[in-house]
Design a protein around this ligand. Structure first.
Ligand code: ADP
Ligand code: MG
Length: 392
């Protein structure tokens, strides 16, 4: 994979695919981690005299422009962080974009509007994607992909456009791939994986791929209830994928899976709901498990002790609501303290990374915090990532 540092960019137009997909509350950015992570490449290109054209997506617009998902708040934050103006084109790769790019001088940058405002970006039809990719490519001389969070997508701005321009990987993509390669090729043992979060059926596939290679798999978050149910316990109104019970039973037979022994169970999905710690095998029928309990944090901490490689994806509970954040905090602390013992510790997943920051845990206490949840999981599953393949 060629890196951006190998390209001669002075005076040339460089199309950069960044991952600027930040969580928003209205127009307020609640976690700017991905914008911050995108800065090194942009600053480097600008310092080397490139004319930088940034394309990125935000959220999941329904195949057309949606003012609520405009990149305007991102442009404003990016301008603050770069300390220079960041003009936002009113379209993705149309007349407004062409006009802005034409006006660029060396060492200046523009941001194109949310690339998913064009349905072609995510289309399954290669010709539709190709048409958009052609318009994007016409805006630049070179292409650099630094959007690790999108490399598992066969999208126009990730996959098709790379085939139309001389291309390279940005530093974020290079770093992510290097760390994930360390997890997949001969990881130092013991190797422990902690999984949580809410995308249960997606992550069961990841478990299947990981179980043969890991020594211990700790399961918390919304996923643990399908495992507890597979052991024959009632889980009340907790998240449950009842068609996956047999799959979970097979996983449990490996003897590598560690489950919570207690959970914080609430009467409703709300911070004000009545809640308390109950044994994992005695969740009342009218309650839902929204976090792992303190005994589980202690158990998970003991299970992780001595690990030399740790991958953690998915919050242990609904950390966004204070009463259900302690499980995630406890596991984050346990993983972070292993970094200090020389272990390789990797956090993957948009919400997991946001949880680390929201809980005020120093990011430097982990070896690596991946910006791409789905992408890092697919890489760990051993899948080929289209956005990486195309950069070869
Ligand atoms: P990531 O983005 O790190 O891969 P996911 O997107 O899979 O993680 O899941 C994150 C979400 O999972 C969080 O919003 C969190 O509130 C939710 N979650 C965690 N535990 C539970 C639970 N017990 N019940 C419901 N939702 C949960
Ligand atoms: Mg998520």
């Amino acid at each position: 994979m060629r890196s951006a540092a190998d390209l001669d960019v002075a005076g040339r137009r460089v199309l950069v695919r960044s991952d600027l997909n930040v969580p928003l509350d209205g127009t307020r950015i609640t976690d700017d981690g991905r914008i911050v992570a995108s800065l090194p490449l942009l600053q480097d290109l600008l310092a080397r005299g490139a004319r930088v054209v940034v394309t990125a997506h935000l959220g999941r617009p329904k195949g057309g422009p949606d003012p609520a998902l405009s990149l305007a708040p991102v442009a404003a934050r990016l301008a603050q962080l770069l300390g220079r103006p960041v003009p936002l084109a009113a379209d993705v790769a149309g007349p407004a974009s062409r006009a802005l790019v034409e006006g660029l001088s060396d060492g200046e940058l523009v941001l194109l509007e949310n690339v998913r405002f064009e349905a072609a970006e995510t289309s399954k039809d290669a010709a539709e994607r190709g048409e958009l990719a052609g318009r994007l490519a016409a805006l630049a001389d070179l292409y650099v992909d630094d959007a690790f969070g999108a490399v598992h997508r066969r999208h126009a701005s990730v996959y098709d456009v790379a085939q139309l321009l001389p291309h390279a990987a940005g530093p974020l993509v290079v770093a992510e791939v290097a760390v994930l390669d360390r997890l997949t090729t001969d990881p130092e043992r013991p190797y422990a994986v902690v999984l949580g979060g809410s995308k249960v059926s997606d992550k069961l596939k990841v478990i299947e791929a990981l179980l043969p290679t890991v020594d211990t798999l700790l399961v918390g978050g919304g996923m643990c209830f399908t495992f507890l149910a597979a052991q024959g316990h009632g889980v009340g109104s907790s998240l449950l994928e009842s068609d996956q019970l047999e799959v979970c039973r097979v996983f449990l037979e490996t003897g590598k899976v560690v489950l919570p022994v207690d959970v914080v169970a609430a009467t409703a999905f709300s911070a004000d709901a009545e809640h308390g710690v109950v044994a994992a095998d005695a969740i009342p029928p009218d309650r839902m498990g929204l976090d792992i309990g303190p005994e589980s944090v202690a158990l998970f901490t003991r299970s992780l002790a001595g690990a030399r490689t740790v991958f953690w994806n998915g919050p242990m509970g609904v950390f966004e609501l204070a009463p259900y954040a302690e499980g995630t905090r406890g596991v984050a602390e346990a993983v972070a303290s292993l970094t200090a013992t020389g272990a390789l510790t990797v956090v993957g997943g948009g919400d997991s990374a946001a949880a680390v920051r929201a809980l005020g845990i120093e990011e430097s206490r982990f070896t690596h915090i991946s910006t791409g949840g789905g992408a890092s999981l697919e890489k760990l599953e051993g899948k080929l990532l289209p956005g990486i393949e195309v950069l070869a």
